[in-house]
Design a protein around this ligand. Sequence first.
Ligand SMILES: Cc1cc2nc3c(=O)[nH]c(=O)nc-3n(C[C@H](O)[C@H](O)[C@H](O)COP(=O)(O)O)c2cc1C
Length: 204
Amino acid sequence: MDQIPAGSTRPGAELNDAAASVSGNAAASTAGSEAFDAVRAVWPERLPLTMRIGATDFHPDSHTLDDSVALVRTLAPHGLDLVDISMGMNTESGAAVPWGDRGFMVPAAAKIRAEAGVPAAVSWNLGDPAYADEIIRDGKVDLLMVGRPTLAHPHWPLYAAMVLGERDPFDMLPNQYRHFLNKSKDVAHISGFGPINRDRTPAS
Ligand SMILES: Cc1cc2nc3c(=O)[nH]c(=O)nc-3n(C[C@H](O)[C@H](O)[C@H](O)COP(=O)(O)O)c2cc1C
């Protein structure tokens, strides 16, 4: 996929300053949107320009989700095609971050998507295929950024498609992988996994 993800979580917090957030001010706000414009000016219009924002720091002094909605609304007319919702990591303490909770950034992403009217991606704890499928179907977000599950298993999207009952999950793979992985998929000592429960109703 050809896209450029402008980063505004740490490192890259200066772009978050377009919101004049807890880490910013009015001058920083102007600098933040100017930085965004500079990226947009050199990135072809036909390709998506996305931006990852730290939507909250889970800290009492953090900028709020409403500030993040305002940031995305500000950048939308500057050519932001999709916003990727993460957390800020601008503070030393992560004590209040719900590290173990499934999809803990999804409510923030859904709110920002709905209120700013810009397509949204989200990450954090989305490794359960049924849950990942549900938040897309429910229209909470448009795209999932799956990190650690794909580090643990590079073919996580294939695994998810199989668990979700896709009819031809191997069709999404390049030819040379499709043939060999499909052939050995149920044999644990070859594929490393063994049979996957495919009893679910196929996704439409
Ligand atoms: C090894 C590693 C490196 C990462 N590097 C970055 C980074 O440079 N910038 C960033 O915004 N997020 C970074 N992240 C965070 C991931 O993009 C992702 O948001 C996070 O792992 C949560 O998603 P997950 O639960 O699917 O892993 C990194 C994560 C891991 C595990």
